[in-house]
Design a protein around this ligand. Structure first.
Ligand code: SAM
Ligand code: SF4
Length: 419
C-alpha cells in the first residue's frame, strides 16, 4: 500500500518531494480573493463515543463546551479580522463533529459571529445524531439559520447498529419529529460493507430514508482506521466491489442523481457536501484550512485549542506549503470526488490549462474507461468511480489515518512527512 501511494505521489507531482507538514505557520491567513471559499466549524462533543469513529471528539461536558464555544467565537473574530474592509463572500457554512446539536442553543451565536465577517450564499448545514432529531432542537437550529441537515443513521437495521455498537433510536418517532420542521436538504448517512450486508438490505434502507423525509443520502464504505476499535469481520474486496456496483446501478435505475462518489440526491437538486470546496477556512479543533498554496490543520486537543485562542494565537498544529503540482493533485482529487472535473474551473483556479499538465493521465484514464469527456468537463464513469474508491481508501489509510493518529497523540507535533 505504501508503495502504491508513493509511486502515485511521485508520478502525479513529478517530484520525489514528500508532503511535509511542519509546525511553522503563518500568523495571518490570506483568503480575501480565494475562489469558492467554504467555511467549516468543528464541534467535538458527543453524548457517547462510537468505537468505529475516527473523528476528533470527546464526551460532552457542559463546562468545557461553554469555554470551547467562547474560544470558537474568538477564533472567528481573529480570522474574520484578517480580511480588510468589506465582508467576504463564501459558498456555504457547515457544522460538523462530533454532534454539534449538543450545543444547539449556541449555534445562532456562532452563525451571528460568522456573519459579521462573511456573506453566506448557499446555505448552512449541520450534522445530527438521530437522537438530536427532536422538534425542539430542529426548531432552535432552523431559527439560528440552518438550512441543511445530515443525520447519521448508519443503518435502520438493529442488527447493524449492534455490530457498530451504536445507540438505538426509535426511528418512527424520529421521522415524526423530523416532519414537523422542514429543511431545504435532509440528508441521511449510511455505512456499507458491513459483514453480511446485501444489496437488498441497502435498498431497504435507501427507500426507507427517501420515503420518510430524506431528499439526499450518503452511503460510505466502512473505513477501518488503525486507531479505532473494529470488533467485527471485514467484508472482502470482491464482495465490496460487487455491492458498490449494485448500489450505483440501483440508484441510477431509480433516477437518483449521483452528485459525488458516495452521495445521491433524490430530486437531483438537494446537496450536502462539506468537503469539496476549492478553498475553505476551518474553525475549531481538528478543522482544516485549505487556501491556494497552503493547508493547515488545527490541534485535536480541546484544552490546548482554548489555551492558544486565549493567547490570541491561531490553534494551527501542522501546515503544509504546496508545490504547484502538489496543489494540482489535491485540487483534482477533490474535484474528482464530485465525479466531474471542469477544464474551465481548473484554468480559473490555476490560470493554467489542465491538459497542459495532466494530458497524458487524462488520455490514459479515457482509454481505460474511467472518464469520458463532455464538452468542457471530464465525467467519471462507474468503473472510474470504483478505482477512485480504491485510491481514496489508500489515501485515507496512508495520509488521513497517519495524520489523525499523530494528532490524537500530540497536541502540537513537530512535523509529519507523508511519502
Ligand atoms: C460526525 S459523524 C455524524 C454525526 C453524528 N455524530 C452521528 O454519529 O450521527 C459523520 C459520519 O461519518 C461516517 N463515519 C464515521 N466513521 C466511519 C468509518 N469508520 N467508516 C465510514 N464512515 C464513517 C458516518 O456515516 C457518520 O454519520
Ligand atoms: S459517529 Fe458521531 S456520535 Fe459516534 S463518536 Fe463519531 S461523531 Fe460521535
Amino acid at each position: 500500500m505504501g508503495l502504491l501511494t508513493n509511486f502515485a505521489r511521485i508520478w502525479l507531482t513529478r517530484s520525489f518531494k514528500p508532503f511535509r507538514f511542519t509546525n511553522k505557520h503563518n500568523s495571518v491567513l490570506t483568503y480575501e480573493n480565494a475562489k469558492n471559499l467554504g467555511l467549516y466549524v468543528h464541534i467535538p462533543f458527543c453524548a457517547s463515543i462510537c468505537a468505529f469513529c475516527p473523528y476528533c471528539k470527546t464526551v460532552f461536558d457542559g463546562e468545557l463546551a461553554k469555554r470551547y464555544t467562547n474560544a470558537l467565537l474568538r477564533e472567528i473574530d481573529m480570522i474574520g479580522s484578517m480580511s480588510s474592509g468589506t465582508k467576504t463572500e463564501v459558498t456555504s457554512l457547515y457544522f460538523g463533529g462530533g454532534s454539534p446539536a449538543l450545543i444547539a442553543y449556541d449555534i445562532g451565536r456562532i452563525i451571528a459571529e460568522i456573519k459579521k465577517y462573511f456573506i453566506i450564499n448557499d446555505g448552512i448545514g449541520i450534522e445530527l445524531h438521530p437522537q438530536d432529531v427532536t422538534e425542539q432542537t430542529l426548531s432552535v437550529l432552523k431559527q439560528a439559520g440552518i438550512t441543511k441537515i445530515s443525520i447519521g443513521i448508519q443503518s435502520f437495521q438493529s442488527e447493524y447498529l449492534e455490530i457498530l455498537e451504536r445507540q438505538h433510536t426509535d426511528f418512527e418517532k424520529m421521522f415524526a419529529e423530523l416532519s414537523k420542521v422542514p429543511f431545504e436538504t435532509v440528508s441521511m448517512d449510511f455505512i456499507f460493507a458491513l459483514p453480511g450486508q446485501t444489496i437488498e438490505l441497502l435498498k431497504k434502507d435507501i427507500e426507507y430514508a427517501f420515503s420518510h423525509g430524506a431528499n439526499h443520502i450518503a452511503v460510505y464504505p466502512f473505513i477501518d482506521f488503525t486507531f479505532t476499535n473494529r470488533r467485527f469481520p471485514k467484508m472482502s474486496e470482491t464482495e465490496k466491489k460487487n455491492l458498490l456496483y449494485e448500489l450505483v446501478g440501483y440508484c441510477e435505475e431509480k433516477g437518483y442523481k449521483r452528485d459525488s462518489i458516495w452521495t445521491f440526491s433524490k430530486d437531483g437538486k438537494s446537496k450536502y457536501s462539506s468537503m469539496t470546496r476549492e478553498n475553505f477556512l476551518g474553525f475549531g479543533c481538528s478543522a482544516t484550512t485549505l487556501l491556494k498554496y497552503q493547508f493547515c490543520i488545527n490541534t485535536f486537543n480541546a484544552e490546548k485549542y482554548i489555551e492558544r485562542i486565549e493567547k490570541q494565537q491561531l490553534p494551527t498544529a501542522l501546515s503544509l506549503h504546496f508545490t504547484l503540482r502538489q496543489r494540482m493533485v489535491y485540487y483534482l482529487f477533490w474535484a474528482a470526488y464530485t465525479m466531474r472535473v471542469s477544464r474551465n474551473g481548473f484554468r480559473d483556479f490555476f490560470e493554467l490549462p489542465l491538459e497542459g499538465y495532466y494530458g497524458t493521465e487524462l488520455w490514459i484514464a479515457r482509454k481505460l474507461g474511467w472518464i469520458r469527456k463532455e464538452e468542457n468537463d471530464y465525467i467519471m464513469t462507474t468503473k472510474g468511480s470504483y478505482y477512485y474508491h480504491y485510491f481514496e481508501y489508500f489515501y485515507t489509510l496512508s495520509y488521513i489515518d497517519r495524520m489523525w493518529n499523530l494528532m490524537r497523540e500530540a497536541a502540537f507535533p513537530e512535523e509529519l512527512i507523508i511519502r
